[in-house]
Each structure stands twice: as structure tokens, then as C-alpha cells.
Design a protein around this ligand. Structure first.
Ligand code: F6P
Length: 328
């Protein structure tokens, strides 16, 4: 018989992403639906260590489904990486009567949750929240769809000015280790070239491609670069390199930065968050632990946290080919 869950703690940790609030709302209301208490833990694992808790009823999450960021705040806790920190956190949870956790975040969040479970046999479920979409076991992480729409919207605006001035723009998007945003937003926004961490395109090919596009009659171009791309030069060095080698180009740089993490979540992210929150709480009620809830073939699924952490998400290489064809 699984232990009866009476009180669930929910936290957001690591980089925030649009849809986290919708996921908190879903966890809180699913708990209420099943007559389980829910406690919000502020500032991720750091708040667990400091006992920064607040009871959350279904009305405490009114009017947040549409809000970016996270009402529970987020933090990257160094103290939680120490056994002493985790012990303190466990003591606080026990004192508050919390008997299961839903953790919303990325790799680091899941690693913390798994470690906590191993040390204290504490039930944990993960919900993937990061704009990078780099979590194994789900086709979409919370915030990814919104970030794609944000990036495409901004590049559309950049295209207006690029075209007016016959300029080439290098647009840097987020993705320290993953090129999902760059690749998909790049195709969606009609980029000439897309540089990603998973593939070294090479500087020669970039120059060749830009030369070709000029020769084919294009007067302006957009190149999308993931911040962690493999080409080995940052976006400003690339600008200088291209200007030095292709003086016919007038180049500008736009680094989109953290604006990609903000904003009202898309309908897709709100629905995803609602579905994942329900599954996370109901899985805990069923006595499950150490899973990440995710989306696979449009069905909500469970992936062991360990696999979610260790597994590598692959980019869809066909998208690279599509991008090549589109820039003909
Ligand atoms: O949310 C993920 C991410 O956007 C990465 O792509 C980026 O490198 C990182 O967060 C930056 O986050 P921070 O500024 O919070 O360290």
C-alpha cells in the first residue's frame, strides 16, 4: 500500500520559464480537488532550507494562468548541494507535515529532487520547466513554445529594419547547450543560416552561404545563433569576421537575452502546464515517485527522473535540411 499523501509541497527552481505559474496553479488546484493540502515553497530549494513556506488554496492561484515568471520565485541554491543543507530542508518539510514534493524546473532541479529522494526516501515528482527544451522524456518543456513565439515576433521586427537598410543581422538567442530555440525559431522567422551547439557549421560554409544569398539577389539576411553555438566565435566576433571577409555586407548584432524568458505563456504552454500538474499530483497520490511528467506523442507520460537527467535530447536533423532548402 502506498503511503497516503496528505500535504504536497510545490517549488520552482533554476531559470524561470513562462508556464511555471500555470503549473503551480494546476498543482494547487489538483491537490484541492483531491482534498490534499498544498504548500508553496518560495525560492526553490533555498526556501526549503529556510522554511519559506505558504499554504496555498485554490483561490491563492487566481489570475496567474496568464502570467510569466513564477509567483513562488526561483533560485539556484548552493546550500542545497551540501548534505547539511538538504538535512535542514528535510527537517523543515517534516515540521510542516509535507509528505511529497512537486519540483518544477530543469536538469539541476531534478538532480536535487532525486538526491533528496535517495537520502530521505521522500516522494518527488518533476515537471519540466525551461525555455531551452533540453530535457529528455518530453517533446516540450514549459516555456519553450512561448519563447519560440517571442523570438519569432522579435525577429520579424528585426527583419523590417534589416530589409529597409539592406543589412545582415546576427541574432543571438538563448540555448547554452541546446539549439532547439535557434533551429525552430530560425526556420519560423526565415533565417538564412542557423548556428547551434549540436553542430559545427564552420566559418567557411557560413561565408559561402552568405555570398550565395547575396548573389541570388537577397538584399538583407538574418542569421540566428544559439548562445552556445559550436563555431567558436561569439556573435560580435562573427560580425567582425564577416565584415572583414565580405565587405559588401553591413552587419548588425542583436542579442535577445532574458526577454526570451519572460512574457505571458502561449495557450500551448498553459494547457501543457495544466495537464502536467494534474499528472504530477495524481501520480504522487498513486504512490509513484522519482518521475518526471512530460509529453510524448501528445500524451502525458512518466519518465524516471534519472533518465530525464542523464538522457540527451536530440535536435531534429531534418530541420537543418529544411532550413537549408528554405534559404535557397
Ligand atoms: O533558461 C535556460 C537559459 O535560458 C539558458 O539558455 C541560458 O544560458 C541560461 O538560462 C541563462 O540563465 P541565467 O541568466 O539565469 O543564469
Amino acid at each position: 500500500m502506498p503511503k497516503t499523501i496528505k500535504k504536497v509541497g510545490v517549488l520552482t527552481s533554476g531559470g524561470d520559464s513562462p508556464g511555471m505559474n500555470a503549473a503551480i496553479r494546476s498543482v494547487v488546484r489538483t491537490c484541492a480537488y483531491h482534498n490534499i493540502e498544498c504548500i508553496g515553497i518560495y525560492r526553490g530549494y533555498q526556501g526549503m532550507i529556510e522554511g519559506d513556506f505558504k499554504e496555498m488554496g485554490p483561490r491563492s492561484v487566481n489570475n496567474i494562468v496568464n502570467k510569466g515568471g513564477t509567483i513562488l520565485k526561483s533560485a539556484r541554491s548552493l546550500e542545497f548541494k551540501t548534505p547539511e543543507g538538504r538535512k535542514k530542508a528535510h527537517e523543515n518539510l517534516t515540521k510542516a507535515g509535507i509528505d511529497a514534493l512537486v519540483v518544477i524546473g530543469g536538469d539541476g532541479t531534478f538532480t536535487g529532487g532525486l538526491l533528496f529522494n535517495t537520502e530521505f526516501n521522500f516522494p518527488v515528482m518533476g515537471i519540466p520547466g525551461t525555455i531551452d527544451n533540453d530535457i529528455f522524456g518530453t517533446s516540450h518543456t514549459l516555456g519553450y513554445d512561448t519563447a519560440l513565439n517571442t523570438v519569432v515576433d522579435v525577429i520579424d521586427k528585426i527583419r523590417d529594419t534589416a530589409s529597409s537598410h539592406n543589412r545582415l543581422f546576427f541574432v543571438e538567442v538563448m540555448g547554452r547547450d541546446a539549439g532547439h530555440i535557434a533551429l525552430n525559431a530560425g526556420i519560423g522567422a526565415g533565417a538564412e543560416e542557423i548556428l547551434i551547439p549540436e553542430e559545427d557549421l564552420g566559418l567557411d560554409r557560413l561565408l559561402e552561404s552568405l555570398q550565395k544569398s547575396k548573389a541570388s539577389g537577397k538584399s538583407s539576411s538574418i542569421v540566428v545563433i544559439a548562445e552556445g553555438d559550436k563555431i567558436g566565435k561569439n556573435v560580435f566576433e562573427l560580425k567582425d569576421y564577416v565584415e572583414a571577409n565580405l565587405p559588401e555586407y553591413d552587419v548588425r548584432v542583436s542579442v535577445l537575452g532574458h526577454m526570451q524568458r519572460g512574457g505571458s505563456p502561449s495557450c500551448f504552454d498553459r494547457v501543457l502546464a495544466s495537464r502536467l500538474g494534474v499528472k504530477a499530483v495524481e501520480s504522487l497520490i498513486e504512490g509513484k515517485s522519482n518521475y518526471m511528467v512530460g509529453l510524448q506523442n501528445d500524451k502525458v507520460s512518466l519518465t524516471p527522473l534519472e533518465q530525464a537527467i542523464k538522457g540527451k535530447t536530440e535536435i531534429d536533423r531534418e530541420l537543418l535540411r529544411v532550413s537549408d532548402i528554405m534559404s535557397t
